[in-house]
Design a protein around this ligand. Structure first.
Ligand SMILES: NC(=O)CC[C@H](N)C(=O)O
Length: 228
């Protein structure tokens, strides 16, 4: 299986994502935002950071990068797309996920561990977790306050698209939402950083199972031997 980690001017979690994939022993490349071909990749990681300095709105400029047309194509093909933090912001700006990320209610940048509930463990990204399992994954953002209108929220609930919720809501997100997926389940965005929780040395390895979930899902769909 081959992973791509997109890199925009101002990305700062690209190396963490790359290392997280290395932790699970898979192949990974950095892919610059000007790339126009993602056909070699099975999973696209859109990492966190401050792409284009968060000017206008977080992700509002990056979503026009040439590579984003390829991300849309990959999503259409059913490939796995994981947007983390600024990556989530870029995916909402690109219209690949519904809703928007606003300034934290506190108007402060929040950087600390959070307890997340795995609301939907029936996605390619979360199958290695138990339903309603609580995991510890850190956040680091100023604009993680997820918002969508009532109708969209009802749709998210009805389709089981709410993947993670916060135990102790750190940013004012509607319905305590920390992560959502598209209706098909192959595109997910989340504000917390699983790639910063892949080893007990980091304080938690609860994020690692997101990466092993992706690998298992890909292996199942490609009918190769499953990993232990
Ligand atoms: N760690 C990040 O990706 C930061 C996300 C974004 N720039 C914010 O502050 O909300």
């Amino acid at each position: 299986m081959k992973f791509a980690v997109l890199v925009f001017p101002g990305s700062n979690c690209d190396i963490d994502c790359y290392k997280a994939v290395e932790e699970i022993g898979e192949s990974v490349d950095y892919v610059w935002h000007t790339a126009t071909d993602l056909s070699a990749y099975d999973c696209i990681l859109v990492p966190g950071g401050f792409s284009y300095g968060d000017y206008l709105r977080c992700g509002a400029i990056s979503r026009f990068a040439p590579v984003m047309a390829e991300v849309a194509k990959a999503a259409e093909q059913g490939k796995f797309i994981l947007g983390i933090c600024n990556g989530f912001q870029i995916l909402t700006e690109a219209g690949l996920l519904p809703g928007a990320l606003r300034r934290n209610e506190s108007m402060k940048f929040r950087c600390h561990d959070t307890v997340l509930k795995v609301v939907n463990n029936d996605t390619p990204f979360t199958r290695e977790y138990g339903k309603n399992e609580e995991v510890i994954i850190p956040i680091a953002h100023g604009e993680g306050n997820y918002y969508c209108d009532e109708e969209t929220l009802e749709t998210l609930k009805r389709n089981n698209q709410i993947v993670f919720t916060y135990g102790d809501n750190p940013n004012g997100s509607i319905a305590d939402i920390a992560g959502i997926c598209n209706e098909r389940g192959n595109v997910i965005g989340m504000m917390p950083h699983p790639e910063r929780a892949v080893n007990t040395l980091f304080g938690s390895e609860d994020g690692k199972r997101m990466f092993t979930s992706i690998l298992k899902s890909w292996r199942d769909s490609h009918d190769t031997a499953s990993i232990s």
